[in-house]
Design a protein around this ligand. Structure first.
Ligand SMILES: [Zn+2]
Length: 353
């Protein structure tokens, strides 16, 4: 997996040298996340008055920062979402050079929209083009460095603009085709999902596979057509690491089906040593069917890591030596994008439209 993920931010040898610092950072993050959640529960905080992001204030920053044991700084606001499920957008101050780097590498125009997906070790750096201000306010979120139809150097705002008003006929027929076979998955995920579904059926759940691999183009089609099917153009489906699984008759709006589905979602979370993730909680979600398998080799796990990766992937030598990939139909791989480990005939080619 590591070798297939061209964009892996650190080589294994580099990981070794930073592992002690990383575990200290993670421990701090857990402690601070815990403290923050408790504080957030005690203080009834109303929703933000507007959709605008809170400006990065020096006062807030120093109040929310602790020195970590290696001399670095851990910020409250870089640790996942708060008790209301609202991302803690970073309050880090970015230099103009860093802003340029993030824009060039990842299409991130306003880095104030960056945050970590959660407070776990598997948390990924994500970007919202608009600030989310309540639990049920769904905003479009993108995993930084993930494959999509966004062109190299195009901002996410420009991508959204491009997608607005598109209809199904603007996409190729293959993007309108739904894949239900586990064969299109990343081989590691294929085995894990087969085992999960087998175990679930053994436990008495009536399960059906709704969708497995999804090309970046299909992901963009669902995004463009809306209807709440997806709120992102960067999906684990495009990495062959997500499967939509329906329970019973698949009608989550029916109380009996929903009860069974909640039971299955708890089963999923308990299975596979916590590597399977769902959207929302077991009993509260806008996407009942979605299950994904995490991969430490995919994505960026801190803003510092994203900046270091951006500096490398935008260098002249990274661009010059960008390999081509059979998975991408012979196209050059954007050095700032993680490449999926899915079988060749299932990998989508991100093409401009
Ligand atoms: Zn899904």
């Amino acid at each position: 997996m590591g070798t297939l993920c061209h964009g892996a931010p650190l080589a294994p040898s580099q990981r070794g040298t930073t592992s002690a610092r990383s575990s200290r950072m993670r421990l701090h993050r857990r402690i601070i996340a815990f403290a923050w959640r408790n504080a957030a529960m005690m203080v009834a905080i109303g929703p933000l008055a507007s959709c605008q992001r809170a400006p990065a204030s020096t006062e807030g920053r120093s109040a929310s920062a602790l020195a970590d044991s290696s001399g670095g700084e851990v910020l409250f606001d870089e640790m996942g979402t708060d008790a209301r499920g609202i991302p803690r957008y970073t309050r880090r101050e970015f230099s103009s050079g860093e802003r340029k780097l993030l824009r060039t590498a990842f299409g991130v125009d306003e880095p104030e929209g960056l945050y970590l997906s959660d407070s776990s070790d598997a948390a990924l750096v994500k970007f919202d083009t608009k600030a989310k201000r309540c639990r049920a306010c769904y905003v479009d979120s993108y995993r930084v460095g993930f494959l999509s139809l966004r062109l190299p150097r195009e901002t996410w705002e420009d991508f959204e603009q491009k997608m607005r008003g598109k209809s199904a006929s603007d996409f190729s027929p293959s993007a309108r085709t739904l894949q239900r076979s586990l064969d299109g998955l990343d081989p590691e995920a294929r085995a894990a999902f087969a085992a999960l579904i087998d175990a679930g059926r053994h436990a008495g759940f009536r399960l059906s596979i709704v969708e497995t691999y999804r090309s970046p183009e299909r992901e963009a089609l669902l995004f463009a057509l809306g209807n709440g099917r997806t709120h992102t153009a960067t999906s684990m489906h495009s990495y062959g690491r997500a499967v939509d699984i329906a329970v019973g008759d698949g009608r989550w709006e029916r109380a009996a089906t929903r009860r069974e589905w909640v039971r299955f979602r708890k089963f999923v979370l308990a299975h596979g040593s916590g590597r399977f993730h769902i959207i929302g909680t077991a009993d509260r979600t806008w996407d009942w069917a979605h299950v994904e398998l995490e991969s430490p080799a995919l994505g960026l796990h801190s803003i510092d890591e994203a900046l270091a990766f951006a500096a490398r992937c935008t260098s002249d030598s990274a661009r010059t030596h960008a390999p081509t990939s059979a998975q991408l139909g012979g196209a050059a791989i954007d050095p700032c994008v993680f490449v999926p480990a899915v079988p060749d005939d299932h990998a989508g080619i991100p093409q401009p439209h």
